[in-house]
Write a protein that binds this ligand. Structure first.
Ligand SMILES: [Fe+2]
Length: 200
């Protein structure tokens, strides 16, 4: 197939939009949602990648914990894309467009232990949730129906983030990944804490 412009189709002004919104407001909401669609698609693919690459003694619990998260996040991506279409614009869901437009790096851990992956996943969820909350703020004066959709998604993502963090937390409430800036750092910190816990 000939290489087309990478410009997102959800950009630009729609020919129609949701009643009660101007076309410009519809365009602004769709642009916010396209970025969230990219994040959610990236997240459900990353969760499957971890599901396939996790190894070690806690394999089955993490492997099985992740599939319901994959399904739920995929549903969120679907609802987000359909909201863009409802707004009169074209949701862009191809892998090439996602990679071209995303502002974050690809997940960086391959085959690794459960705690190591969960350390990295802590950072992944934190990034998605922070950006979702910014989109919630940005829709406050624009479109409360879209805001409601994003709030529901954020609540579910935050619960999944807790599922991950509960594996990384001590009985004193400290997170082994505290202060980590990269997935590799988070993986190392989580792994070291796991070894300490085993030997103590
Ligand atoms: Fe599977």
């Amino acid at each position: 197939m000939a290489k087309e412009s990478k410009k997102m189709k959800s950009e630009g002004t729609p020919l129609y939009t949701i009643p009660g919104l101007t076309k410009e407001q519809g365009a602004a909401v769709a642009a916010l949602l396209q970025d969230r669609l990219n994040a959610l698609t990236d997240l459900h693919l990353t969760l499957k990648h971890i599901h396939w690459n996790v190894v070690g003694p806690h394999f089955i619990s993490v492997h099985e914990m992740l599939d319901p998260q994959v399904d739920a996040v995929r549903e969120m991506a679907d609802a987000t894309a359909e909201r863009i279409a409802t707004l009169g614009l074209s949701p862009w869901g191809t892998p090439g467009a996602l990679v071209a437009d995303r502002t974050w790096d690809d997940y960086s851990i391959g085959r690794a232990g459960a705690i190591e992956h969960l350390g990295a996943l802590d950072l992944v969820y934190a990034g998605v949730i922070e950006d979702h909350r910014q989109a919630i703020e940005a829709t406050d004066d624009l479109d409360l129906v879209t805001q409601d959709l994003l709030i529901g998604q954020a609540a579910q993502l935050e619960q999944y983030h807790w599922f991950v963090r509960a594996h990384l937390e001590t009985s004193g409430g400290q997170l082994s990944t505290a202060g980590a800036q990269t997935e590799v750092e988070a993986t190392r910190q989580a792994g070291r804490a796991g070894v300490k816990r085993k030997s103590s």
